[in-house]
Write a new protein. Structure first.
Length: 93
């Protein structure tokens, strides 16, 4: 299991940083919608168990505890966030 999780976690950080840099660039260009739904759902689908989509969308409250320590409550929060990602996009855009 660790042989899979360590490289997976190491890939999540650069992918999330890339998406955050794109969001900041959109904000600097005066975009009305700084968060891209395509990027948010891509991060959710690939790195959802680590909470990368929540970090991208600015929901940093307790995601480290809920996602980092338990891998998204053992996959349950990953499925619930399929719905909540849309809600976070609406709230933050």
């Amino acid at each position: 299991v660790c042989a899979f999780l360590i490289p997976y976690a190491l890939l999540a950080y650069p992918a999330t940083r890339w998406a955050v840099k794109r969001r900041v660039a959109r904000e600097d260009n005066g975009s009305d919608t700084p968060y891209d739904s395509w990027e948010a759902y891509l991060l959710w689908f690939i790195f959802g168990p680590l909470g990368a989509h929540r970090y991208y969308l600015g929901e940093r409250g307790n995601f480290l505890l809920a996602y980092g320590a338990t891998l998204g409550m053992f996959g349950l929060l990953w499925l619930v966030d399929a719905w909540w990602t849309r809600e976070m996009l609406i709230r933050n855009n």
